[in-house]
Design a protein around this ligand. Structure first.
Ligand code: NDP
Ligand code: AKG
Ligand code: MG
Length: 431
């Protein structure tokens, strides 16, 4: 382990290691956590109590997590004068599995996203966000139970990488001059007053993301992987994402998938009936259907025909929007978990889909469900399935008992509104 400068790991507990591509999880694993900004501390306190109680309940003291606080965001800045200390990156990398609360990113200036920085620095190329319905949760749609999707959002590139230059700067003038004079670009509508952002999308980045999505679909009995893109407009980035995704499926999973690209070739060659028959045969053989949809149409179809979508593979910015939209459909961002994962190194940072919700900071008010369910994903990742199952069942029970936080209570008939900490108590009682 590298020597840390600012903070040290706990003296008890053992690191999780990776052996022959498999996680080796000791009985007392050291798990780093970042508390987070805004509502982060309220949520983390509640979540940690649930995690510890669930581990104790499942293993009666044989297993226990050695929590290791590492710092990022406002707490790091206040204590160490740095937003993201190098020690934090070292600890997250060396201890492999970690969990974090949300971190604030200012709009229009100031520091760049620490959340994105963590994903980039640790090369956590998949942002995996499952979206499912919990019985009894108030939802704005008629059939929320039809939604059962897992989003695989590319997490390291796209316009989200933050490569951009501010309007009026020497850099942006230089770039616009280059684009106009050396690249023949004539379409910058207001060149004197434009900021410019760059959208890198690579074949490697796309392939590793789509591979992870197909592997997930295969290992979890899922029926389809849908590539969501805006490839009609952004042909060489989002359009290429679609093409590379299909090519990868056909090259690496030829006998395990059937793609809509194959469908189109059969249709052109032998007609629609033959293409339909080929897809049906593939479905009956248990092959995964790899299809695609343009992002705007997707956003309306998840409202009108959600049952047609299963595993979703998409680019970084699309995935961000889709995550919040789908979360809202099953009752909101208060129960929307996620994970940032590198499936090659095993490194994983679990975190909620939502942000810091600053207006609720320190009120002990918001729903800790998203971080708790991110913990469920973490326990599954670690192979502590009993803990994951117990927590999920306890959350379901609390919701059925209508013991919920403000976000659900305001839409539920006859609910008891609980504080963040009280909702954790309700889950623990139901374990
Ligand atoms: N991964 C991360 O760390 C992320 C960080 N952020 C950052 O968070 C900050 C705030 O972003 P903002 O756009 O306001 O989005 P937020 O997700 O923080 O909040 C938006 C709204 O979502 C609802 N909400 C959020 N969290 C919860 C919760 N735990 N329980 C119940 N409802 C919740 C609230 O709705 P209502 O008002 O209806 O009660 C809230 O006002 C920004 O700096 C942003 O960059 C954003 C997303 C992810
Ligand atoms: O990094 C941020 O502040 C926002 C990130 C975000 O919205 C997300 O990853 O879903
Ligand atoms: Mg987001």
């Amino acid at each position: 382990m590298a020597q840390l400068q600012k903070f040290q790991p706990p003296t008890s507990g053992d690191p999780i290691t990776l052996q022959n591509g498999k996680l080796n999880v000791p009985d007392h694993p050291i798990i780093p956590f970042i508390e987070g900004d805004g509502t982060g501390p309220d949520i983390w306190r509640a979540s940690q109590r649930v995690f510890d109680a669930a581990v104790e309940k499942a293993y009666g003291g044989k297993r226990k997590i050695a929590w290791y606080e590492v710092y990022a965001g406002e707490k790091a800045f206040n204590q160490f004068g740095e937003w993201l200390p190098a020690d934090t990156l070292t600890a997250l990398s060396e201890y492999i599995v970690s969990i974090k609360g949300p971190l604030t990113t200012p709009v229009g200036g100031g520091i760049r996203s620490l959340n994105v920085a963590l994903r980039q620095e640790l090369d956590l190329y998949v942002c995996q966000r499952p979206v499912r319905y919990f019985n009894g949760v108030p939802s704005p749609v008629k059939r929320p139970e039809l939604i059962d999707m897992v989003i695989f959002r590319e997490n390291s590139e796209d316009i989200y990488a933050g490569i951009e230059w501010v309007e009026g700067s020497e850099e942006v003038k230089k770039l616009i001059h280059f684009l106009q004079n050396e690249m023949g670009v004539k379409k910058i509508r207001f060149p004197e007053t434009s900021g410019i952002g760059i959208k890198p999308v690579s074949k490697e980045g796309t392939e590793r993301l789509v591979r992870a999505a197909i592997e997930y679909a295969r290992n979890h009995g899922r029926k389809s992987v849908t590539l969501v893109h805006k490839g009609n407009i952004m042909k060489f980035t989002e359009g290429a994402f679609k093409n590379w995704g299909y090519e990868l499926a056909e090259r690496e999973y030829a006998d395990k998938t059937f793609t809509w690209s194959e469908y189109d070739r059969i249709k052109a060659d032998k007609g629609q009936a033959a293409a339909d028959a080929a897809q049906k045969a593939a479905e009956q053989a248990g092959k995964i259907i790899v299809k695609d949809v343009i992002a705007d149409a997707f956003l309306q179809q998840i409202l009108t025909r959600p049952a047609e979508y299963d595993v979703i593979a998409t680019l970084n910015l699309n995935g961000d929007y889709i995550s919040d939209a789908l979360a809202a459909q099953v009752g909101g961002i208060g129960i929307a978990p996620g994970a940032n994962i590198n499936y090659v190194t095993g490194a994983a940072v679990f975190e909620a889909t939502h942000g810091t919700a600053p207006k609720y900071a320190n009120l002990d008010k918001v729903n800790p469900g998203s971080v708790i369910l991110s913990g469920v994903m973490m326990f599954e990742f670690m192979g502590w399935q009993e803990v994951a199952d117990n927590i999920t069942a306890a959350i379901e029970k609390a919701i059925t008992q209508k013991k919920v936080t403000y976000d659900f209570a305001r839409l539920m008939e006859g609910a008891t509104e609980l504080k963040t900490s009280e909702f954790a108590d309700a889950i623990i009682e139901n374990l």
